[in-house]
Design a protein around this ligand. Structure first.
Ligand code: PXP
Length: 252
């Protein structure tokens, strides 16, 4: 089984900074620390309302990740403004996400079936500039097929529903995990690389990391929260260890 990559999302370091309107804690410093702790990529979401990451953060993150040779994954809504920013900064990857201003976080996957004509040209323009384009989707093979038709190379499966179910001790959790497994299997068969993310913590990471088709996890909120107690580097190293354990256990 291939090594699972860990992308660290540093958005919520910026949330904390912006709560005070000062210039610390710095998401760029957090990204530097995450890279030193051995993450495989940095993920940042420039939201339309700029509630956490700023335009200047994206420029600084583009610069430091390029210098360190670490991929930057730019999460973005499918808008002309975000497309222009992506094309200006040329990150390694762009993950297209749905965005509603009144949502607390990205609540569901992108509807590629409903929005195909709007989304596909954006996928193609970004991919045409050498950006690896990912679509953040619910665990639904029909959405993966539409992402493929649109020209995406990657789908990121939304793990939020499964992670919430585990935390709430819901009986739905096993079925939600099965849906993720099936979607990962089908998407890989379509020739897509599969990533997963949203809501992952130390408890939910192992069942998700054990899905053999998943190549990358993107994790943010839990790691930044855990950093308060054990430090960011330690939180990343523990997450990495759990991912490696899950992969090793799944391959015996
Ligand atoms: N992947 C995508 C596409 C996301 O939108 C987010 C949240 O910004 C994450 C991963 C990380 O989710 P979390 O912060 O819950 O770990």
């Amino acid at each position: 089984m291939s090594r699972l990559r860990l992308g660290v999302n540093i958005d919520h370091v910026a949330t904390l900074r912006n709560a005070r309107g000062v210039d610390y804690p710095s998401p760029v410093r957090a990204a530097e620390l995450a890279m030193s702790a051995g993450c495989d990529g940095i993920t940042a979401h420039l939201r339309e309302d700029r509630r956490h990451i700023s335009d200047a953060d994206i420029e600084a993150l583009t610069d430091i990740t390029r210098k360190r040779g670490v991929p930057l994954n730019f999460e973005m809504a499918v808008t002309a403004e975000m497309e222009a920013i992506a094309l200006r900064n040329l990150p390694h990857a762009a993950c297209l996400v749905p965005e509603r201003r009144d949502e607390v976080t990205t609540e569901g996957g992108l509807d590629l079936l409903g929005g195909f004509d709007r989304i596909a040209p954006v996928v193609q323009r970004l991919a045409g500039e050498g950006i690896r384009v990912s679509c953040f989707i619910d665990a639904d093979p029909a959405q993966a097929a539409a992402a493929r038709r649109a020209g995406a190379q990657v789908v990121e499966l939304h793990t939020g529903a499964y992670c919430d179910a585990v935390r709430e001790r819901s009986l739905e959790a096993p079925a939600l995990l099965e849906r993720l497994k099936l979607a990962a299997f089908e998407a890989t068969r379509m020739g897509l690389e599969v990533h997963a993310g949203h809501g992952i913590d130390f408890e939910t990471v192992k069942p998700i990391a054990a899905i053999p088709q998943v190549a990358e996890l993107n994790i943010g909120h839990f790691l930044v929260g855990e950093a308060v107690f054990i430090g960011l580097a330690q939180a990343i190293r523990r997450m990495r260890l759990l991912m490696d354990e899950a992969r090793a256990e799944a391959s015996v």
